[in-house]
Design a protein around this ligand. Structure first.
Ligand code: GLP
Length: 427
């Protein structure tokens, strides 16, 4: 599993939209060989849909040969109900793109035989050749689709009873009235999602921080069904900083370092996203694949990379390498809290950054001063015994997550050790 952390919901959503568009384009779907896309509802994917619509309208992607399967639907809501997932999908996505109505698959929450409806759905996914890319959201209780805590990780499409937490969370779409939220739903199973060739999961906002921490850092568990993605060969979790708020420093640092490593070296990445998230043909460097993504198709490009990298195991399992250059560089301005942290005495060394391989990554720096863009400038004094010169072509800044460290000594060192910002454009 790979974790992509972006500054805000907008950047995270752009990443997801670009990823989906890249996948569709590189797949080159045709009528006989359509691209099969699994889709979620909820507030988290809204900006993704908006961005996909914009890209379609700009002529950058076509959904003509895309088949979609939605993850879930409330039982008992008619498709015309504004809070049905039918209505949501038509309003936010389908009505604004060139998808054929025949290619849209949603559950019938009014089906007289719900068990038969579930079998029909699974069979239709199989008949379509399986799902190429499943986009998922994450519930506050860690649910994937409507697979509530306690759902079997081997579950398939079925009828479920919604958990109280979900009813409460989703009541915001029903005038805040929990009594209006249906108690039951149809959902694809955890295994249905896991069978997809690739899975993206988007988690935005502080409301998701606890669930994300459970799903990313703790064990695979039926009590946090999103954690099943740890077992998927090609899963990427995309979150904003707020959703990352409960993750350990070590986790954040590590996943950020992978992105920087990819930006820093061209190991023959198979896709790159041009600056500004535009996917204009002239700017897009795509390798087209002759067929659906297979385990063989993308990792080859990373094999050389992996063998020489200190972080190779994860890079090797990364589903795809993308050069995502998004926001303009932000100036590094210390907050009052950060200044207070920086005033603390600097420890000689400590275990945390040692565990992160700080002697090799981030690029060893000498004690430094920062200019307004956060780029460090050496004053010639080696820090903690590091002797290599800093890399001049990486944008560095004090890590914004540092202020979340409760140990002031750790935080001070973290702030002093500038960290590359993967969202910054390399110069
Ligand atoms: C609902 C959906 C899920 C979705 C979740 C998150 O429960 N059934 O598929 O992932 O909401 O929603 P939001 O993004 O609004 O928090």
């Amino acid at each position: 599993m790979r974790l992509i952390i972006r500054d805000n919901a907008e950047s995270a959503s752009s990443y997801v939209a670009d990823y989906i568009v890249n996948r569709i384009i590189s797949f080159s779907p045709t009528q006989d060989r359509p691209f099969v896309l699994g889709l979620p509802t909820g507030s988290s994917p809204l900006n993704v849909y908006k961005s996909l619509v914009e890209k379609y309208k700009a002529g950058l992607v076509s959904f003509e040969h895309v088949i979609t399967f939605n993850m879930d639907e409330y039982i008992s809501l008619p498709p015309t109900h504004p809070q049905s997932y039918h209505a949501y999908m038509h309003k936010n996505f389908f009505s604004q793109i060139n998808i054929s109505p025949h290619n849209i698959n949603l559950f019938n929450g009014l089906a007289p035989d719900l068990a038969a409806e579930c079998s029909r759905y699974e069979s239709k996914i199989a008949a379509a050749g399986g799902i190429d890319l499943f986009l998922a959201g994450l519930g506050e209780d860690g649910h994937l689709a409507f697979n509530e805590p306690g759902s079997s990780l081997a579950s398939r499409t079925r009828v479920v009873t919604l958990a109280e937490d979900t009813i409460l969370a989703n009541s915001r779409f029903f005038d805040g009235d929990t009594n209006q939220v249906p108690r039951k739903a149809l959902t694809v199973g955890v295994k249905t999602v896991m069978d997809a060739k690739e899975v993206l999961m988007i988690a935005l906002g502080a409301r998701k921080a606890r669930a994300l921490q459970k799903c990313v850092e703790e064990g695979v568990s039926c009590m946090w069904t999103g954690s099943a993605l740890q077992m998927h060969e090609r899963a990427i979790v995309i979150c904003d900083e707020e959703a990352a708020g409960e993750l350990r420093w070590k986790t954040v640092k590590y996943f950020k370092s992978i992105e920087d490593h990819e930006l820093d070296h061209d190991y023959g990445v198979d896709q790159s996203i041009p600056a500004g998230n535009s996917l204009g043909a002239s700017q897009t460097n795509l390798k087209t694949s002759a067929g659906p993504l297979t385990p063989e198709s993308t990792p080859k490009a990373t094999a050389t990379h992996a063998s020489s990298s200190p972080i190779s195991p994860l890079v090797e399992t990364a589903p795809i390498l993308m050069k995502t250059i998004v926001d303009p560089p932000q100036s590094s301005v210390y907050t009052a809290l950060e200044k207070e942290i920086l005033a603390q005495p600097v420890p000689k060394s400590h275990g945390l950054l040692g565990l992160l391989g700080a002697s090799t990554y981030p690029p060893p720096i000498k004690s430094s001063t920062h200019n307004s863009r956060g780029r460090s400038q050496s004053d010639g004094h080696a820090s903690d015994g590091d002797s290599e010169a800093e890399s001049e072509d990486i944008d560095l800044q004090p890590d914004r997550m540092a202020s979340r460290l409760s140990d002031p000594a750790f935080a001070a060192e973290a702030l002093r050790r500038l960290t590359p910002n993967p969202e910054e454009r390399r110069r």
